[in-house]
Ligand binder design. Structure first.
Ligand code: ZN
Length: 181
């Protein structure tokens, strides 16, 4: 989901995010005066603000739990281990798609990585599917089996009832270009 992702959400508070946005707006107005490296820093800061907002929106939409297994560690501000990742990878997405909450899923590290490399996918009706490669590996290795067996992996994506479901075009992209059936 995240190939080409420029970095993890910075964890900035809402106030810090707003301050950074104000600074970016001010910089933009003086863009003629910026050196090349300052322009680059500006662009990366802009990307990070967007990514931070995307991550917050996705984690919230998914109920702060792994959509594949329900994993939810933190109930406060501590580390959650959850990742908010893109269904259609960041590097392939337009600016709008990169910020679209329907292009994101929250997942625990193992299930996130498996979705990212196409060992898992999800269908439009939210059914979770394993690739043939993953199923073969489950037959060979107990560790893989324990992480992806029916007891560990839900048959259908777990989303809060009020959640916005994943976008169809993003799911189609994942099927066509990421998932290795
Ligand atoms: Zn999980």
């Amino acid at each position: 989901m995240r190939s080409g992702w420029p970095g993890r959400p910075c964890g900035a508070s809402g106030a810090a995010e707003a301050a950074l946005e104000r600074e970016l707006a001010a910089w933009s107005q003086r863009q003629d005066d910026l050196t090349e490296s300052a322009t680059e820093r500006l662009l990366w800061a802009h990307v990070r603000v967007g990514q931070h907002r995307f991550a917050k929106d996705v984690l919230s939409n998914c109920g702060r739990a792994c959509v594949f297994c329900g994993f939810a560690l933190a109930d406060g501000d501590g580390p959650s281990l959850l990742r908010a990742s893109h269904i259609k990878p960041w590097k392939d997405s337009s600016h709008r798609e990169r910020l679209d909450v329907t292009n994101g899923l929250a997942a625990c590290p193992t299930h996130d990585a498996a979705f990212d490399v196409g060992l898992l996918t999800v269908d439009r009706d939210l059914t979770v599917r394993r690739s043939a490669r993953l199923e073969a590996a489950m037959g060979r290795n107990d560790g893989v089996r324990r992480a992806f067996e029916p007891r560990a992996l839900r048959s259908s994506l777990a989303l809060p009832t009020e959640a916005v479901p994943p976008g169809e075009s993003f799911i189609r992209w994942h099927h066509d270009y990421v998932f290795a059936a």
